[in-house]
Design a protein around this ligand. Structure first.
Ligand SMILES: NC(=O)c1ccc[n+]([C@@H]2O[C@H](COP(=O)([O-])OP(=O)(O)OC[C@H]3O[C@@H](n4cnc5c(N)ncnc54)[C@H](OP(=O)(O)O)[C@@H]3O)[C@@H](O)[C@H]2O)c1
Length: 258
């Protein structure tokens, strides 16, 4: 995929799963990266396995902690300019909406909206100076059809989709696009945890849950992290220069809406 020379990307949630796959694909396409997550040792490992490891940096931050996010914003100021922001992190807490505690909503809002907003304040002026920018939010198909037993997550994801669409209207005139990628079932450590918790809740084996969930997907399989990464990389590239404000499902056709 094609990127302008010296493109730099902030890739969040990069220590495993979808974020790690995005980091690999962007690095293969010559983009230099700052990898972010809570765990420095995991970030160091991912960085060492990327193409041209010396071109990339890491920064440890917990998006539920405002001070960590402020420190990351300062790091961005010193290490930019960035043209690409991959806004990705762990999913909000699972469980029924009625059972949810206030703290889960507060953590979700902090990690998925307020942190992104803080980072945006540093990133957008840099994108504007560069003459272009790409913001890609990795959210969930729940922004189209809420997923049972992901009450807080459905609520927060909806807010992120609205935040994102509003930004796409405001930033479009600056040649900065804002789009969302909505993964379906994707083989990552997150999916393993979700299968385990469904298995406990439904008193079924993990193999049975696996089969039940695959049966919901027209393509009859789970996705690979690199299949989601391809969509993110495309939206970040020059090829997607006129795509703005969309929600792109990468779910094997599972979402039953038009
Ligand atoms: N996999 C799926 O089937 C699927 C389906 C729909 C939506 N999604 C969504 O897509 C996103 C990525 O999914 P994934 O499967 O790759 O998840 P994952 O395997 O759980 O990876 C999440 C990444 O985010 C980082 N992270 C988690 N909490 C963080 C925090 N508080 N602050 C900073 N970084 C944090 C993790 O690293 P550290 O632990 O090092 O912080 C890790 O790098 C998630 O939002 C997920 O809900 C996934």
């Amino acid at each position: 995929m094609k990127f302008p020379p010296d493109t730099k990307a902030l890739v969040c949630g990069a220590s495993q799963g979808i974020g790690e796959a995005i980091a690999h694909l962007l690095a293969e396409n010559g983009v230099s990266l700052t990898l972010v997550s809570r765990t420095p040792s995991k970030l160091e490992k991912v960085k060492s396995e990327l193409k041209s490891p010396e071109d990339h940096q890491i920064f440890a931050a917990d998006f539920t902690k405002p001070d960590d996010v402020k420190a990351l914003a300062d790091f961005i100021k010193d290490s930019g300019p960035y043209q690409v922001f991959v806004n990705n992190s762990g999913g909000p807490a699972a469980g029924k909406l009625f059972d949810a505690e206030d703290q889960s909503f507060k953590d979700g809002l902090q990690a998925h909206i307020l942190s992104s907003q803080t980072l945006l304040k540093e990133l957008v002026p840099m994108m504007e100076k560069s003459g272009w920018g790409r913001i890609i939010n990795v959210i969930s198909t729940s922004v189209r059809i809420p997923i049972p037993n992901l009450g807080v997550s459905n609520t927060i994801r909806g807010a992120v989709a609205s935040w994102s669409k509003t930004l796409s209207l405001e930033l479009g005139p600056k040649n900065i696009t804002v789009n969302n990628v909505l993964p379906g079932y994707t083989k990552t450590p997150r999916l393993e945890k979700l299968i385990q918790s469904a298995s406990d809740r439904l008193s079924k084996s993990t193999d049975e849950v696996d089969k039940m969930w695959k049966a919901k997907v027209p393509m009859a399989r789970f996705g690979e992290a690199k299949e989601v990464a391809s969509a993110v990389c495309f939206l970040a590239s020059e090829h997607a220069s006129y795509i703005n404000g969309v929600n792109l499902q990468v779910d094997g056709g599972r979402t039953g809406s038009i």
